[in-house]
Ligand binder design. Structure first.
Ligand code: ADP
Ligand code: MG
Length: 619
C-alpha cells in the first residue's frame, strides 16, 4: 500500500489531502496518479462510482498545470450539472494551497454571461457539461485551443445521454497533442469507439473487473405480481425504518407518480426527474442531502448527479431497459467504504433479466421474500425501542413529571412500557395484520394466474366501446367511483357493449354494493360476478349475481377500512356522491385513495415517518 507522497504528489497537494483526511490512495488513484505524473500519455481508466476518480485525475492535473498563467490548460467534461459542480468543488479543495488557481464550472441552467466572465478572469481549469460547453465555444466565450489535458469523466454516462456529437465537436477545438484521460465505470462499445477515435495509444487501467459492480453492494430481488409493485415498495421501506434510498423508475411519469403516492402515504419522499425545473431539482437534492427526504424517487438520467455517500438502499422499482444502467444504479449505494443493498422488484415476465444482470456484474442475486405484515411490525417495534433507548432526555418535561406520575401512580413498569409502545405499534399492527402475502413463487410460469385467480373476482359490466370506453378509461372510471387503488382493478377487457374486469375477492362486496342502483347518463350500469374467472379473452358467459345476502354479515373489517365502502351504504346521499365523484376529474386524491394498503397514520393525522425525520433534522 503506497502513500500519497510515494505517488509523487507535491507538498501543496499533500497538505490539502491531509486537510481532507484522505489517508491512503484508493486503487484507481494508486494506479493512475504516478502514470499521469510521469508520462505525457492518454489514459483509459475503468473504475466504479465512488472509487475516487476525481482525485485520480484531479491531483495530476493540478500538479501539471501552471497557475501563474491565465490560459485555460485543463478541460474536464462531465455528464451533468451536479457532477460538474461536485468536481469543481473537489478541485478547489485539492488546490486550496495553489495561489491564483481558478477552476470554473460551466453548465446549463445558469447565466452564461456570468460563466463567461469567470472564464475571462483566467480559468486554468474548466469543468463543463458538453451542451453548455459547445454553446460557449460557438459564441467565442471560451478558448480551449491551448489546453494540454482533457478529461472525459463518466464517459459511458455522457454517451448514454447522447453527447457523442457534442464531445466530437468540442474536441475538434482542442490541440491534437493534448493528453486525454477517459474515466468510465463501464466499457460499452461506444466508449471503446471514443478511445479508438480520439486517443493515441491510451494506457488502460482497470480497477476490479471490467463492468463489475462494487463489492460493497449486495444484490437482492423480490418477485411479486406487477400490480403489487407499489405495495411491495412500501413494505421494503417499512421493513427498513432507517432507510435512506434512491428508488429508480423507468419513466418521468412513474417517477412522479410513485413519489406522489409515497408522500400521500406518509413517507418522506421526493421526485427527481427532467420535467422539474432546475430550481425544483436543487431543492429536492438539498432535502435529500439533509436527510429530510428518506426516499428519493428518480429517473436514471436525473440521478446521474447524485453524489450522496451514505445511501443505504437502491431500489429498482422497475428494471432499466439497458442492463448496463443497473451498474450505475447500484453504484449509488455502497460508496465511500460503506455497505449497501441494491433491491430489485420484479414480476415474472422480467425475472430472466436478473440472470443477464448477474452475468454482467459477475455477482449473484439473492432471491428474498417481501416481509410479511407481522415481520414488519416486529421490525418497527424494535426500531422504536432502540430509538427510545437512544433518545436524549428533554428536561423540559421535568416540570410536568408530578402530574404525569400522579396519572400513572398505579401502573407498574411492564404495563407502562406496553401502553407507551402501543401508541405507535397498534396502528402498524392493525394495518398490517390483515394484509396478504405479496410474494410470487418462482416455480412454474403458469402458477401466477392459477394461484391468484382463486383470490380474484371477475365481473361483467354492461358498458363497453359503444359507450366510449377503452380499457384504460374503464379502469380509471372504476378506480375512481369505487375508490380503489391504482392496481386494484385489473384484467380489464372491453368489448363492444360490455366489458370484464377483475378485483381481489376482498373487494367484491364493495364493488357489488356500489353498483346496485348506479345510473350513469340516465342509464343503469349493472355489474355482476362473471363465471368467466380470470380468463381475459372469453366472451360473455351469462354472469351470475353472487348471493347478496352474505355481504353485510361478512363486513367485519375494522372501521378505518370500512370507511370508504361504508359511506356508500348511506343511501340518502349515495347517488349524488357518486355522480359528483365521477364528474370530478381532479378531486382530492386523499379522499379517493384506496383504503386497502395505505400507510398507518398517527392519530393527529401526521404520518408515522414524520417522527424519525424530525429528530434527525435536529442533529
Ligand atoms: P468517483 O468519481 O469515482 O465516483 P469520487 O471522486 O466522487 O468518486 O469520490 C467519492 C468519495 O470518496 C468522495 O467523497 C471523495 O472525497 C472520497 N475520496 C476520494 N479519494 C479518497 C481517499 N483516498 N480516501 C478517502 N476518501 C476519498
Ligand atoms: Mg466521479
Amino acid at each position: 500500500m503506497s502513500t500519497f507522497k510515494e505517488l509523487g504528489l507535491n507538498e501543496d497537494l499533500l497538505h490539502a489531502i491531509n486537510d481532507l483526511g484522505f489517508e491512503t490512495p484508493s486503487d484507481v488513484q494508486a494506479k493512475a496518479i504516478p502514470l499521469l505524473l510521469e508520462k505525457e500519455s492518454d489514459l483509459v481508466a475503468l473504475a466504479q462510482t465512488g472509487t475516487g476518480k476525481t482525485a485520480a485525475f484531479g491531483f495530476p492535473m493540478l500538479q501539471k498545470i501552471n497557475v501563474d498563467s491565465r490560459t485555460t490548460q485543463g478541460l474536464i467534461l462531465s455528464p451533468t450539472r451536479e457532477l460538474c459542480l461536485q468536481i469543481t468543488n473537489e478541485l478547489k479543495l485539492y488546490g486550496k494551497y495553489y495561489k491564483g488557481l481558478n477552476v470554473t464550472a460551466i453548465y446549463g441552467g445558469a447565466s452564461i454571461t456570468d460563466q463567461a466572465r469567470q472564464v475571462k478572469r483566467g480559468a486554468q481549469i474548466i469543468v463543463a457539461t458538453p451542451g453548455r460547453m459547445k454553446d460557449m465555444i460557438s459564441r467565442n466565450m471560451v478558448d480551449i485551443s491551448k489546453i494540454e489535458y482533457s478529461v472525459l469523466d463518466e464517459a459511458d454516462e455522457m454517451l448514454n445521454m447522447g453527447f457523442y456529437e457534442d464531445i466530437t465537436e468540442i474536441l475538434s477545438h482542442t490541440p491534437n497533442d493534448k493528453n486525454t484521460w477517459l474515466f468510465s465505470a463501464t466499457m460499452p462499445k461506444e466508449v471503446a469507439r471514443i478511445a479508438r477515435d480520439f486517443m493515441h495509444d491510451p494506457i488502460e487501467i482497470t480497477v476490479g473487473n471490467k463492468n463489475e459492480s462494487t463489492n460493497q453492494v449486495s444484490h437482492e430481488y423480490y418477485l411479486v405480481n406487477a400490480r403489487d409493485r407499489y405495495q411491495a415498495l412500501k413494505r421494503l421501506a417499512d421493513a427498513n425504518p432507517d432507510i435512506f434510498s434512491v428508488i429508480f423508475c423507468r419513466t418521468k411519469r412513474d417517477t412522479q407518480k410513485v413519489a406522489e403516492n409515497l408522500i400521500e402515504d406518509g413517507y418522506s419522499a421526493g421526485a427527481l426527474h427532467g420535467d422539474l425545473s432546475q430550481n425544483q431539482r436543487d431543492l429536492v437534492m438539498k432535502s435529500f442531502r439533509n436527510k429530510q427526504i428518506q426516499m428519493l424517487v428518480a429517473t436514471d438520467v436525473a440521478a446521474r448527479g447524485i453524489d450522496v455517500d451514505d445511501i443505504t438502499h437502491v431500489i429498482n422499482y422497475q428494471l432499466p431497459d439497458e442492463i448496463e444502467t443497473y451498474t450505475h444504479r447500484s453504484g449509488r449505494t455502497g460508496r465511500a467504504g460503506k455497505t449497501g443493498v441494491s433491491m430489485v422488484i420484479v414480476s415474472k415476465s422480467e425475472v430472466r433479466k436478473i440472470k443477464s444482470i448477474e452475468r454482467i456484474i459477475k455477482k449473484q442475486f439473492e432471491k428474498k421474500e417481501i416481509p410479511s405484515g407481522i415481520e414488519i411490525c416486529e421490525v418497527q417495534l424494535m426500531s422504536l425501542a432502540n430509538k427510545i433507548h437512544n433518545t436524549e432526555i428533554n428536561h423540559e418535561i421535568d416540570k410536568y413529571l408530578d402530574s404525569i406520575n400522579a396519572l400513572f401512580a398505579d401502573a407498574d413498569k411492564d404495563e407502562l412500557i406496553k401502553k407507551f409502545f402501543s401508541v405507535e405499534f397498534t396502528r402498524f399492527f392493525n394495518y398490517y395484520q390483515k394484509t396478504k402475502d405479496l410474494n410470487v413463487s418462482d416455480s412454474s410460469r403458469g402458477s401466477e394466474r392459477e394461484s391468484s385467480s382463486g383470490n380474484e373476482t371477475r365481473y361483467f359490466i354492461n358498458v363497453g366501446r359503444k359507450d366510449g370506453y377503452d380499457w384504460m378509461k374503464l379502469k380509471d372510471f372504476l378506480k375512481e367511483v369505487l375508490e380503489l387503488g391504482r392496481d386494484d382493478v385489473f384484467k380489464v377487457d372491453v368489448k363492444d357493449s360490455f366489458s370484464f374486469f377483475n378485483t381481489e375477492k376482498e373487494n367484491q362486496e364493495k364493488v357489488l354494493a356500489f353498483f346496485t342502483d348506479f345510473k350513469y347518463n340516465g342509464r343503469f350500469v349493472n355489474v355482476e360476478v362473471s363465471e368467466d374467472r380470470g380468463r381475459s379473452r372469453g366472451g360473455r358467459s351469462g354472469g351470475k349475481r353472487h348471493d347478496g345476502g352474505n355481504r353485510r354479515r361478512n363486513d367485519d373489517r375494522p372501521r378505518s377500512e370500512r370507511r370508504s365502502s361504508g359511506r356508500r351504504s348511506d343511501s340518502g346521499s349515495r347517488n349524488d356522491r357518486r355522480n359528483s365523484s365521477y364528474s370530478e376529474s381532479s378531486g382530492n386524491r386523499k379522499d379517493r385513495r384506496s383504503s386497502s394498503e395505505s400507510r398507518p397514520r398517527r392519530s393527529d393525522g401526521k404520518p408515522l415517518s414524520d417522527r424519525p425525520r424530525r429528530s434527525r433534522r435536529r442533529d
